[in-house]
Design a protein. Structure first.
Length: 136
């Protein structure tokens, strides 16, 4: 089951952006949570493709951060499946990875909305999410 990282005492505001972070590293999900919640976003985490698809089926997600290097199914294969879901065809998906094997053009050609390198300036991540959601 996917992980709602929001604690029970946290208030849920209807104007918050809901971000799904798909990453097999709990530390990286928590890092993204800390960055994004400082900017008023709600963060859900999925550790694998099954949890990600379950979350996308049951939650109203505004944007996805997707790691590429995961066991059992890589991020690009998962992105293909996400794009086939009727409720996710237009869903913004940002490739969020530490891999240097790909660049923004590679990721866009495979269906992503953007590419951001992990562990960079947090402002870049927040600004990219804001930019993508303003256009959507």
């Amino acid at each position: 089951m996917y992980l709602s990282i929001r604690t029970l005492g946290d208030k849920m505001e209807t104007n918050e952006k809901k971000v799904l972070v798909i990453d097999d590293s709990g530390d990286d999900i928590i890092l993204a949570k800390k960055i994004l919640e400082k900017h008023g976003m709600t963060v859900l985490g999925a550790y694998n493709w099954m949890e990600a698809l379950e979350c996308l089926e049951h939650e109203d997600i505004d944007v996805v951060l997707l790691d590429l290097s995961m066991p059992s199914m890589n991020g690009f294969d998962l992105l293909k499946i996400i794009r086939k879901q009727s409720n996710c065809i237009e869903l913004p998906v940002i490739i969020y990875t530490s891999s240097s094997s790909f660049d923004a053009n590679d990721c866009a050609a495979r269906g992503s909305s953007a590419y951001i390198k992990k562990y960079g300036d947090p402002k870049v991540l927040v600004n990219k999410i804001d930019e993508i959601l303003e256009v959507a």
